[in-house]
Design a binder for this molecule. Structure first.
Ligand code: BGC
Length: 229
C-alpha cells in the first residue's frame, strides 16, 4: 500500500497525517506551532520531526501558505521572506528521502473539499486569507485574492485575516465575512463556495445553502489528490 504523508503549513501551526491510496487517514494528525522565524530551515526541521512520529510513508504532499510554482515557493507573506525563490519540493524531498509535491495551501484544502462539479470557489480564513477556484474538479487557479483589494482600501487578508479578527472582534469580522461572501458571489457566480481555515469556528453568520464550512482536516486530506495523475 502506498502511503502519503500530508503536510499543512500554516502561519500558526504545522500539521501532518498519513493517508492511504484512497485518501483515508491512517494515523492521528499531529501538530506543532510554526517556528519563529518561520524560515525554510526551521520549518523543514519541524516537518521532519512531525514526520518521524508518523511512521512509514512513501511520498509526501505539502500545502504551503504562499504562491508555489513547480515546487518553488515564490511568496510567503505570513512566514518569512527567505522562502522567496526557494526550491522547497527539492529541499524537503532531500530531507525526507521521499518524493515530495508542494502546492498552495488553499489549493490543497480545496482538493480535499470540493464535489468536482461546476464552479467551486474555496476560501480559507486563518492567519492569512487563501483562495482557489475549481471548474469541474480541475484547479483553474490559486487566486491570491487575499492580497486583492476588498473594501475601505484594504485587502481581503487585511480585513479578514487573523490580525483583523483579533483587532476588530468576532462580531465585526463576521459582518465583513458576510460582505465578502456576497461580493464573491457576484464576481464568480459559483455553484458552491467552501470556507476552510483555522478561524471557521468563529463564523456565526447564517450561510446561504450553497456555502459550506469545511473541516480543517481537508487541508490535509487534499494531499492525496496531488498524486492522482
Ligand atoms: C497567501 C496565500 C495563502 C493564504 C492562506 C496568503 O497570505 O498569499 O498564498 O493561500 O495566505 O495561507
Amino acid at each position: 500500500m502506498m502511503r502519503t504523508l500530508a503536510i499543512d503549513i500554516g502561519g500558526s501551526g504545522i500539521k501532518t497525517l498519513v493517508l492511504d491510496e484512497s485518501g483515508q487517514p491512517q494515523t492521528e494528525r499531529n501538530r506543532v506551532e510554526t517556528p519563529q522565524p518561520a524560515n525554510p530551515d526551521l520549518v523543514i526541521n519541524a516537518i521532519v520531526s512531525l514526520a518521524n512520529q508518523q511512521g512509514e510513508f512513501d511520498r509526501a504532499s505539502a500545502g504551503f501558505p504562499g504562491v508555489v510554482r513547480a515546487g518553488v515557493t515564490e511568496t510567503a507573506v505570513n512566514l518569512d521572506p527567505t522562502w522567496i525563490g526557494f526550491d522547497f519540493a527539492k529541499a524537503l524531498s532531500d530531507r525526507l528521502g521521499k518524493p515530495v509535491r508542494v502546492v498552495n495551501d488553499a489549493d490543497m484544502q480545496g482538493m480535499g473539499a470540493i464535489s468536482g462539479q461546476g464552479v467551486e470557489l474555496v476560501i480559507t480564513i486563518g492567519t492569512g486569507f487563501g483562495s482557489a477556484l475549481f471548474l469541474n474538479g480541475k484547479l483553474v487557479s490559486n487566486l491570491e485574492m487575499g492580497h486583492h483589494e476588498f473594501r475601505n482600501e484594504e485587502t481581503y487578508e487585511q480585513q479578514l485575516g487573523r490580525a483583523a479578527l483579533d483587532r476588530v472582534g468576532q462580531k465585526k469580522w463576521n459582518r465583513r465575512l458576510e460582505k465578502a461572501i456576497s461580493s464573491l458571489k457576484n464576481l464568480f457566480n459559483y455553484d458552491r463556495l467552501y470556507i476552510g481555515g483555522g478561524n471557521t469556528n468563529k463564523v456565526t453568520i447564517e450561510l446561504p445553502p450553497n456555502v459550506k464550512i469545511v473541516p480543517n482536516v481537508s487541508g490535509l486530506l487534499g494531499g492525496i489528490v496531488l498524486w492522482r495523475d
